[in-house]
Design a protein around this ligand. Structure first.
Ligand SMILES: [Ca+2]
Ligand SMILES: [Ca+2]
Length: 218
């Protein structure tokens, strides 16, 4: 491949892949995106270790009901609030200093989750392979409609993140805790314009290669 063709191919690849993450919020408790796969964390034993975090249940040791209609394991984790009604279920929690990653079998065009008690020490990062697509910190004003500060256990916001190809999502927390439920995702299907761009790029490269060959013959 010539240097020019290589640069053209690299630029083309970048234009296809480097699309930013779009963030939206909807009312909880679960995804409103059609066709999403949803992990509710109900199939795990309470206290299970999972991908760097833990699955807690409403009846975990030390759990007590609070005035926000959630179960609180004092100083450790709070169940994400599902709405006005009391819900007895399980959730996923990343403890202080914790680092949890969910890797997908194939690229996803969407990832969403119910984020309970959004904290300034919670960080969520979306990857395509080792490339960071987007990284967000809770409670700092960087996300729409999220109260700033820590410990807003009474909020029930569902977060939606859209990107072309998310291969993993990472949850990190500097303190107790980063709590989520109803982790949803949708498998990515390449968009028609991506195919069109790729075909146009391949056509351009073939044209350059052919012209170079005919130049050589002259
Ligand atoms: Ca659940
Ligand atoms: Ca929290």
């Amino acid at each position: 491949m010539t240097r020019t063709a290589f640069i053209a191919a690299a630029a083309l690849l970048a234009s296809v892949q480097a699309h930013a993450v779009t963030v939206t919020l909807t009312a909880g408790p679960s995804t409103a995106v059609a066709g999403a796969n949803v992990e509710t964390f109900e199939s795990y034993a309470a206290g299970s270790n999972l991908n760097g975090g833990k699955v807690y249940a409403w009846n975990s040791p030390g759990a007590a009901l609070t005035g926000d209609n959630i179960y609180l394991i004092s100083g450790i984790s709070a169940q994400p609030k599902h709405g006005a009604a009391l819900v007895k279920d399980q959730w996923f929690s990343v403890a202080g200093g914790g680092d949890a990653t969910f890797s997908f079998a194939s690229a996803q065009s969407y990832v969403g989750f119910l984020w309970g008690s959004v904290d300034t020490y919670n960080r969520v990062t979306f990857y395509n392979g080792s490339s960071v697509l987007g990284s967000y910190v809770g409670g700092t004003g960087g996300l729409p409609n999220v109260p700033t500060g820590n410990g807003h256990q009474g909020t029930a916001q569902y977060f939606n993140f859209f990107a072309d190809a998310i291969t993993s999502v990472r949850f990190q927390s500097g303190g107790n805790a980063f709590e989520i439920d109803n982790l949803a995702s949708v498998t990515a299907v390449p968009e028609p314009e991506s195919y069109a761009l790729l075909l146009a790029g391949l056509g351009a490269m073939a044209f350059v290669a052919r012209r170079r060959r005919s130049d050589d013959l002259r």
